[in-house]
Design a protein around this ligand. Sequence first.
Ligand code: RFL
Ligand code: PHB
Length: 391
Amino acid sequence: MRTQVAIIGAGPAGLLLSQLLHDRGIDTVVLEARGRDYCERRQRAGMLEQATVDVLRAAGAADRLDREGLVHHGIHLRFAGTDRHIDFPSRTGGRSVTVYGQTEIVKDLIAKRVAEGARLYFDAPVTSIEGIDGDAPRVRFVRDGVEEVLDCELIAGCDGFHGVSRAAIPADVLRTYERVHPFAWLGILAEVAPSTDDLIYAYSERGFALHSMRSSEVSRLYLQVAPDADLADWPDERIWAELRERLALPGWTLDEGPISERSITPMRSFVAEPMSFGRLFLAGDAAHIVPPTGAKGLNLAMADVRVLGDAVGEWYERGSRGGLDAYSDTCLRRVWRAEHFSYWMTTLLHLDPGAAEFEQRCQLAQLAYVADSEAAMDSLAENYVGYTWAD
Ligand code: RFL
Ligand code: PHB
């Protein structure tokens, strides 16, 4: 089998890249380890920056997003029985964010790619990547129990944190930076209308809670739990009781409904540098992970792919490697900004059981400051909607 660009992974990054390259007349093959159904059901992120919405529109994959996405103009910061609404448009020159589930983006992109006859293979795990330091790289994968070879010109490693691509960069070239946070998130989908207009990020002495949503009928809620927490210890009543306590505000009630999905996600910050080597280019979670508090994971993945799509286009259309050579540095500047913001939001809003009293007092002082200072709220808003560099 042969293609121009081999794409490993059919998450949002791999699927969008395949679409953007197809739109430029560049041939791709997408190899995905899991089945289509699994990819379309995996519950994950839901908050899209304007730039993510824009790139999905440019790819012609935003019809349903434009109909069903919920535009949000801010967030609520809730703690100590108070609620501070931070408005985005007035603080960011008119920008806002959109709630639309990652699952829906994946469904929309798969449907479009399949309808256009893309070579998108599910249940086809990549086992190894070869020759990325030469000009004829190849990818080995398994399909129907048989090993196959895909010859290509470039490889996009969009295979998430646990994929195989990152390890293909020689160990003496690759540097990684990591922080594992001392808590996890228990996330639920509940069949009940959201009890809020904008998302609520809540700090409490019992830990962090987040009230998000997927539609006018479906709520998405998260609780900070211990990193080794077991879902078996979290029956529905305990989840709702804890959410009620942590989100409590005088005069406000949390509506409850049947829980249709639940999972626990560990919290990690991680960056791999460089994001490319020879003919291999990493994008999305394959190269970096953020804790979800800043809602940046999916947005970073889409931003990488936007840059990579342009760079690959420049290479094929004008024979210039400039964009590809700059790819890693271009992305890493945005990645590290988002890493800091996500880390900052996480440490601001979570209860760290190991923190000394001094740190705890500083955290409370910082929370009070963020909810009071116009400059601090401007900064939070600017980062939340997606920071764009001045140059
Ligand atoms: P993905 O979505 O992980 O897709 C990678 C794809 O690669 C496939 N794969 C392989 N395919 C072929 N051969 C192999 N050897 C392969 N190894 C892996 C996988 O099956 C998968 O289909 O990465 P991508 O495209 O970079 O997208 C990134 C986003 O998914 C991610 O940043 C966010 O979802 C992160 N994230 C969250 N972000 C938020 O902003 N808010 C959230 O609430 C939130 N919840 C989450 C999350 C990530 C999670 N993970 C990764 C465990 C919840 C979870 C559980
Ligand atoms: C979500 O809706 O899943 C979501 C929203 C905001 C976050 C994290 C997750 O910070």
